[in-house]
Design a binder for this molecule. Structure first.
Ligand SMILES: [Zn+2]
Length: 192
């Protein structure tokens, strides 16, 4: 769906824009005045992790649950765990940090690297090891995924990477279409 038809959380409204009008997420690096949407900036991501800032809007997240958008594989693993009544814990760390519920609902519908099938995401930081080799090459996302709430997150900042791990699923909102969370986002924004 057109990105400008999705209502923006106020802190997203305040973000800098690219020439098309896309809000630029907090963790996106800039090169020569142009946002590099496909990349994650190490320093900005580290600041978000340490200061509990939303990776989309760069404002502080309150204590309590945090949200992120997951791809098809992780979405399927969470659905399976919930169906089995067993706890889900993502043991593989990810480079993608958490955010507010409204920001992640928004990002799931607007961010090309989250919302579009086969979009790819890379890293701005040099360096590679076995743990993240698959991420550095770019991870193809499936046609479905989910916005997921977690009780909390852990992080580690290394010389080249900021890794996140998420604990205890508290909300699971799977999606198959780009506009799946429009009503949920409108309701979330109306609550504020
Ligand atoms: Zn936010």
């Amino acid at each position: 769906m057109r990105f400008d038809s999705v209502p923006k959380p106020p802190a997203v409204e305040a973000r800098p824009r690219d020439p098309r009008g896309y809000p630029v997420p907090a963790i996106t690096p800039w090169e020569d005045g142009a946002p590099q949407f496909a990349l994650t900036d190490h320093g900005r991501s580290a600041d978000c992790a340490r200061e509990r800032l939303c990776s989309v809007c760069a404002t502080r997240m309150p204590r309590g649950p945090v949200w992120r958008v997951v791809g098809a594989t992780e979405s399927a693993a969470i659905a399976e765990a919930l169906a089995a009544g067993s706890p889900y814990r993502n043991l593989a760390p990810t480079l993608e940090g958490p955010g507010h519920r409204a920001c992640m609902l928004y990002a799931s519908m607007v961010c090309p690297y989250l919302a579009r099938p086969n979009a790819r995401r890379g890293l701005s930081a040099p360096g590679e090891d076995e743990l993240t080799a698959h991420v550095l090459r770019g991870t193809a996302r499936g046609g479905s995924g989910a916005v997921v709430g977690f009780a909390d997150y852990e992080y580690a900042v290394t010389a080249t990477k900021v890794l996140f791990r998420f604990l205890d699923v508290v909300e699971f909102l799977p999606h198959d279409t780009a506009d799946a969370h429009l009503d949920e986002l409108r309701a979330e924004l109306a609550r504020r």
